[in-house]
Structure formats: C-alpha cells, structure tokens
Design a protein around this ligand. Structure first.
Ligand code: ZN
Length: 415
C-alpha cells in the first residue's frame, strides 16, 4: 500500500491532489508535493469565495504528523486570488490556516499530547518549538470556545486567584452544576468591570436562567451579581469563609509566637502552623499528639483554633433557624474573645448574615461539597496553568485544562 493511498483515505483534500512523495536528504524529511486540480479556482482567504487566479507564489512547506519520527511535510505553491471583494489575497487551503506552517491535523496532534504532558515535554518529544505547541493549544482552545455548549447552566461559582506572586488577581467563573463542572471564563483583575465583562460574554438570557451563584464576600462581585443575576441565590461558599478564618488564625499565631519569644517564654507555638490550620481528621498521628499538648495552653492561637473548629458545625445544620441561632451565638462569643483578627471575621460574617443563610436555602438542590472539590482541582491545575508570565498564555492554559472544551469529530485520531 502506498502512503499516498493512506493519505487519500485519511486526509482527502477537495480540489487538491497528492502528487509525489519523496525523502529529502537535505532536510531529512518526507515531502509530499501537492497540486491543485487543473479545473479548480483558488478560494480567497478573506471571504472563502472562489475567484480568478492572480499568480503563484513559491512553494511552501506545511508540517504534517511525523511518520516514524521523521518530519512529514506538505509542499505546495500557493496561488494568489484577484478577489472582487477583498483585492489580491493568498488562497485558502483546507489543511492549514492563515500563515501557519503547521497543518491543522498536526496542531490537533500536538494539542492532544499537550493534555497529557507539559508543553515543553511535547516540544522536546516531537522536536518542535514551544511556540508551535502553544499555537496548537491556542487553536484547540479557540475551536473549543467557538463550539462550547452554554445551555442549561444553573449554577456558577466565582473565584479569584492571586497571580504573579500576588501582585495581580484573576477572576475565574466556573460552572458548578451537579453533573458538570468546568471553567467558563477567566479575566484579568477582580474589579466590578471584570465580572461585568463575564456577564456581557455570558449573555442576558443565560444570566437570567442562573439559579445559584457561589462567591466569596468580595464586594465588587456581590454588587455585580445583584445587578446582573438578581434572581439567583447568592451563596457564600464554605471554602472561602473557612479560608478567611485560617488566615486570621495564622495572623494570631504569628503575632503570639513573636510575643512569647520577646517575653522569654517557652516557644510552644513553634512549628504549630499546620496543626492549627488543618482539619483534625487530616493530621498525622504525630501531629495529633502535638496538637493535644498545645491545646493545654491558654493561648490566643489555641482559642482561635477552637473557635474555627466550632464553626464547622454551622455547615451541618439543616434548619436555617437553628443555623441562624448558632451563627449569632458564635459571633457574640467571638466578639468577646478579644482576639482582633477573629473579631474581624465575626464582623464580616455578621454583615453578610443574609447571604450566609442562603447556604441553607440552596442545600439539597446543590451539592455543597462540589465547590470545595472544585476549588481543590483548581489549586492543582494552578501550578501548571498559572505560572505563565503573560495573561494570554495563562488564559489559554486554563481553558485548555479546565474548560472541558469540545474537539471536532474526526474519523481518525492520531493519538
Ligand atoms: Zn475575498
């Protein structure tokens, strides 16, 4: 069987013919010469309409999927079209787009590998440049975003992450419906304008169909949601609230540890950071003993820890009335604790009481664990996706790994 036959089976090009195949000693690659059918008219790259030919450019190479690890090139001399609408343009060919030196097939091939390994690994494995891998992923993301199905989205979660060593923020919007979790949108900053941009992209009708929006207590977000999706129940998610508490504990512990040292006391808080931040069930046996020891001391850090652990019961309530009572009692107790960072948390919870109670209105219809789990997933992906310097690369990588984007149906997948 000739390779040409295989090519015609997998990659038949309408109006074009695979002419000859040869191994080039010079470039150490397999070259397939392509010519257009004699009766075919070139298609304008601008408007995709066939037009009269103008002239023919020198031959160009397009990289196809390597064969036995040998570079595989399509060679074709492109025609220029004298288009009545667009003027003189280069013809469009079915195997590649624009000025790209990679065929679409090869781009999909690289992009699929980039799902399994790092972009650098892919570029090394297939002896191509990092930029080529990036452009391939970018193409896959663009195609996926153009064809993404945005129907029946009932619940979204809005999250912010620090970026560029904490100097910048990114806003992430996820779909968090029961059967479907994915990244819908990513934008730079965490301002009112940022989230407004999401809603503009998402559209009025879809925004009006939202039932739940899960967020942090970040004011600009709350403001935009109240305006753009006022019918939806705005839930303050557990993960964010508990992380506010953890931050407070961290502050108390650090301050108190310094104080103990300054006053010449035994440094009992040394190495206690994770003991106080982790849930008890996640501690190792050794840490359990250490924590038990630490809890004997009447320290602010210990009292903060106990307040946090006590607050975990809040999420287990089913009745909103009882949950409300618990919340008020907890806030009162914390306000009397004389621990400033914890008092700040209590004040914040009080001022968002109504939104907090939405949790119990939503429970049952909405799986509470979903958000937490999804956050974890984002944290894992963040190492890979959010270490890029430019927003463009970060955006592409995030959609690529978390967007759940569709791919075109193809009769043959190369990998
Ligand atoms: Zn045209």
């Amino acid at each position: 069987m000739l390779i040409k036959t295989i090519l015609n089976r997998l990659e038949k090009q309408k109006s074009f013919v695979y002419e000859s195949l040869s191994f080039s000693e010079e470039t150490q690659s397999i070259e397939v010469k392509i010519r257009h059918r004699s009766n075919s008219r070139p298609k304008c790259a601008g408007c995709q309409r066939p037009g009269p030919g103008y002239d023919t450019l020198p031959s160009r190479e397009f990289e196809y999927v390597p064969f036995w690890g040998i570079p595989f090139l399509f060679v074709y001399a492109m025609r220029r079209v004298d288009c009545p609408c667009c003027g003189i343009t280069v013809e469009s060919v079915p195997w590649a787009k624009g000025k790209s030196h990679l065929t679409d097939r090869y781009k999909w091939f690289l992009a699929r590998w980039a799902k399994r390994m790092s972009w650098t690994d892919v570029s090394n494995a297939f002896r191509t440049s990092w930029e080529n891998v990036f452009r391939s992923v970018q193409m896959a993301v663009k195609w996926g975003r153009d064809h993404v199905d945005l129907n029946n989205i009932k619940a979204i979660g809005i999250d912010e992450i620090q970026w560029h060593r904490g100097h910048w923020y990114l806003t992430l919007v996820y779909q968090i419906d029961k059967g479907r979790k994915r990244l819908l949108w990513i934008g730079q900053h965490r301002k009112t304008k940022t989230l407004l941009r999401f809603f503009r992209w998402f559209g009025k009708d879809r925004s009006a169909a939202l039932q739940f929006v899960c967020t942090d207590m970040w004011k600009p977000y709350l403001k935009v949601i109240a305006k753009k999706a006022s019918q939806a129940i705005n839930i303050l998610d557990r993960f964010h609230i508990m992380s506010h508490m953890s931050k407070a504990i961290d502050k108390v512990r650090a301050g108190e540890a310094r104080e103990l040292v300054a006053k010449g006391y035994e440094p009992v808080l040394k190495g206690s950071r994770w003991l106080l931040l982790k849930r008890p069930e996640n501690l190792t046996d050794k840490q359990v003993i250490k924590l038990k020891n630490l809890l004997r001391y009447n320290l602010k850090a210990v009292r903060s820890y106990l307040l946090k652990e006590d607050f975990q019961f809040f999420w287990d309530y089913i009745s909103p009335i009882w949950a409300g009572r618990f919340l008020d009692k907890w806030c009162n107790r914390t306000m009397r604790s004389r621990i400033e960072p914890m008092k700040k948390v209590a004040k914040m919870l009080r001022s968002h009481r109504e939104l907090l109670m939405n949790w119990f209105r939503a429970i049952g219809q909405f799986s509470s664990g979903a958000v937490v789990v999804f956050n974890l997933k984002e944290k894992i992906a963040s190492r890979k996706s959010f270490c890029f310097r430019t927003f463009q690369a970060t955006e592409v990588a995030s959609y690529f790994t978390l967007g759940g984007l569709p791919e075109p149906e193809s009769t043959y997948k190369f990998c």
